[in-house]
Design a protein around this ligand. Structure first.
Ligand SMILES: [Zn+2]
Ligand SMILES: [Zn+2]
Length: 187
């Protein structure tokens, strides 16, 4: 029945919530809570991910409305990655909102189904939503701290270990600039 073409992952299966008791009962609502282990597949951004097996916690309210089931709540997870400058480990705690209306398929025109979030067999599938939210919240270029000095561009040395670290060899263009701005004041 479902024409969903996204590959099924552990998260998709683990985050399906039966809403059959709410269907057709506008105004009724129920809260759900589920903690699932992060799947082996990347969850987060390329730089920051929820390590496999770590908790992804979902707390949400399912509300029966005329058009379908409205879901709102939070996703919390702990992400790990590397500083984009010095490659030190970086951690990030995410607590993100989810907010989505799962429409009754029979109330959606066939040509609009592709772009809509639909109730599937009276279930809300929060997996894809949770993955999107975590991908959006995850840092793209994480830093161990705002002013991380990074690594030496020439040898990869961690600049934090010795801020005075430098190389004697001076780039020719740099030498030329130095001359141009009259940096030399030797006798
Ligand atoms: Zn760093
Ligand atoms: Zn160096």
């Amino acid at each position: 029945m479902s024409s969903d073409t996204t590959p099924t992952t552990g998260l998709d299966e683990a985050l399906r919530f039966d809403a059959v008791d709410l269907v057709g009962r506008t105004g009724s609502h129920r809260s759900v809570e589920r903690t699932v282990p992060a799947p082996a597949q990347e969850t987060g951004s390329l730089a920051m991910q929820v390590p496999e097996g770590e908790d992804i916690a979902v707390e949400a309210e399912l509300e029966s409305v005329v058009e379908g089931i409205y879901v709102h709540g939070t996703v919390t997870a702990h992400l790990e990655g590397e500083c984009s400058r010095c490659l030190d480990p970086v951690e990030q705690d995410v607590a993100a909102r989810i907010d989505e209306l799962f429409l009754f398929p029979e109330k959606v025109k066939a040509e609009e189904r592709e772009d809509s979030t639909l109730l599937i067999d009276d279930e809300v599938h929060l997996g894809p939503l949770v993955r999107d939210v975590l991908a959006m919240e995850a840092e793209e270029r994480p830093l161990c701290r705002e002013d991380c000095p990074g690594l030496c561009g020439q040898c990869g040395f961690r600049m934090e270990d010795d801020p005075d670290h430098e190389h004697e060899v001076i780039d020719e263009r740099f030498a030329a600039l130095k001359g141009l701005f009259g940096g030399d004041e030797d006798a």
